[in-house]
Design a protein around this ligand. Sequence first.
Ligand SMILES: [Zn+2]
Length: 112
Amino acid sequence: MTEEEKDEFRKVLQIEITKTEQQIEELKELTKPIPPENSLGRITRMDALNNKSVAEASLRRSKRKMGKLTLSLTKLDDPDFGKCSICDNKIAVQRLMFLPESTHCVRCAGRH
Ligand SMILES: [Zn+2]
């Protein structure tokens, strides 16, 4: 990665981190405890529980993504930065710009 690409990627990471932070906040709202059955209809409560588990799964994903993004930001200046964690080949810069949390190259990502 050239210095310019690094600068560009740092911006991409920061934007993505801000977006993910907002997502996490929204998802936290959606995963709050659901009021007891008597305050909602039975069906509504089942829907609410369903939506809550979907939101919980998204929240876990977003938190994992957040971890990867912040880690990338701290490792940006490492000589090894941008290498695939499986095959050690360079991850294409375009891929990183598009999916800043990627830690695998296209080929390895396709296999997992
Ligand atoms: Zn790879």
